[in-house]
Design a protein around this ligand. Sequence first.
Ligand code: IVH
Length: 724
Amino acid sequence: MRGSNFCAPICMPETIQALSSKKDYLDLVQQIQELDYAYYVQAEPKASDREYDRLYKILIQTETDHPDWKVEGSPSERVGGEPLGKFPTIQRNLPMLSLDNTYSKQEVIQFVNRVQKLAPKEKLTWVVEPKVDGVAVSLTYESGRLTLGATRGDGVTGDVITENLKTIRSIPLKLRDRSETSKSGKSAKATAQPDLFSTLDSRTGSTSWPAKLEVRGEVYISRSGFTSLNEKREAAGEAPFANPRNATAGSLKQLDPKLVAQRPLDISLYGLGEVEGIPDDFPKTQSDLLDYLQRLGLKTPRRTWKCASTDELIAAIEELDKIRNDFDFEIDGAVIKLESIPLRERIGYTSKAPRWAMAYKYEAEQGITRLTDISIQVGRTGALTPVAELEPVHLAGTMVRRATLHNEDELRRKDIRIGDLVVVEKAGEIIPVVVQALVDRRTGEEQIFHFPAECPECQGEVKKAQGKDEGDLGVVWRCVNHDCPAKARGRIIHWMSRRAMDIDGGGEVMACQLVEKGWVKDVGDLYELSVEQVASLERMGQKSAENFINGIAASKTRDMWRVLFGLGILHVGAGVAKAIAKKYKTMDDLRVASVEDLNSIRDVGQIIAESVCAWMGEPANQELLERLHRHGINMTSSIYQETSNEELPFAGKTFVLTGTLPTLTRPEATEKIEAVGGKVSSSVSKKTDYVVAGEEAGSKLEKAKKLERPILTEEEFLNLLGGG
Ligand code: IVH
């Protein structure tokens, strides 16, 4: 959400019309570039979603009507060009190196001493940066234009993935120049740097970017982006990605940039590759380099530490470790770099890594346990997922008994056998994963698992889905029998879940019993159940049966986005459902929407749009919707009415949630805030209106205290909303 309490920058008619002069068109290109920079790089939105969409549509209309006006670097280039057969490769003159790693603070001290010996007379200073757990890439700008984006590959040879990288909104297609920098004010003021754009390029006569500037950094998917991506995949019956890094790697490997455009990729840039035409006042320290890159419109690490001693280095590493879970992306270590760039060149490199930098890695939450069995879980779209049954192991504060093995390809690739000792990893809130089998510890008794040739639930036929969007996790076996009880169970569990229709008393056990009895095959059947029927189920009293039936009745008034999400339409996760409900407001309007119309929603790509239309076009689904309608299920949406948002009691107020709240989950608290017009931000600043803190609130709470922002308990928060 961009928020909604912004003024529209230009008064333009509501209807979308092409601009009539090239100058207006060029101004609009620049305006959208500015909005992208504010939103994606500075995280300070300057327009509402609605206004942005309108400007973007005008841009597209103008480029359609006047193709000869279209400029290189237009924001429309981000939607993704034509699919490729395979990626071309590039050879780098300056290889992309790796870093020496350590888990030991002692080795950090040894590293510092080693560098000091190589430069005995120098007073060494250092910068510590978060080590983003993503995929390394390089971006080349020639005369300020993005001309090449490539993967690291083996360091020398990388894949050219320019079109894929162009879809990442925080990557500028054109670098900012001096006038742009001073216009935004903020970034120019933030640094006490000499003006780095003051010399003119002798060949182009334009502002002096180096003729060629290769910047290097890490592409990543945020934790929240990862959760919603996996939600979409699960809604689509696809195997979820194991972690954000795999999801990033899988996304960048897609040959169709349009698919990449749908992935929530972001970037952090922290270094240089080849640079040609270096101006005299080019940065000479790492800190200045980061400022410089930021002023060119490139996204750099938000938080870094300058250190002048080993004690300060260790303190910085420890502080980052404490706060790293507060970042919305995975940080697997701290990178220590020598500040002085000229000194780095004297210190030099080994064949693999610089001698002037080192990565201190934080321990992953891993454990070793025995895999006692492999079971197959059949999801609501029929996907067969192998699951490792484990001897319980304590990881990241929870007892882990099961872990995903993703799919057959993954199982084969890792050669995991029943009886193996395995390494299990749990990172953040992500489902535990079997990382590897300890092959050396095998006794010979271990059994190879044979993937079933039929659905283990209904013995129905299974087919391998050759999806075009499977990332790097291979293909999924799927049961094709529509009446498979596992699929019915999955559909009912999903419909009743808290994130969908939120039906009290409707957990997994209940869904299993209802399906087993043959009373419920699709979600419409739930609304025909009687208290007597439910009370006759095993271990079910009259009171609980009444509660459950009341819960079903209460679900009839849920917002349309929940209905849409609950239906389990391929590719429609909660975020997409909200975006769709926000646009159409009623199911009747959605039913007649075209693919093109759906596709015009920012979060809805072609594939999702086609999936929704295909679902709506199925007679069986139309019948289901009509049946739900007859049962009185609400088919309209009201929570996201942007137009009336400003009248809401907390319009424009920013909340930050931190720690574990006693009763509310994060999505529930977020929903409550959004329902009253507020928005949720992930970090505390002077602009934060309220901080809602639960147990184990960490650095955000500290920051809120420091900035003297109002801090609320859950109870106070609920009272505030209730009373507001
Ligand atoms: S500097 C020659 N800085 O970690 C120096 N790398 O394990 C090259 N990484 O290959 C890297 N965050 O892909 C650097 N702030 C950061 C980083 C970072 C993540 C990655 C990078 C590197 C790998 C080494």
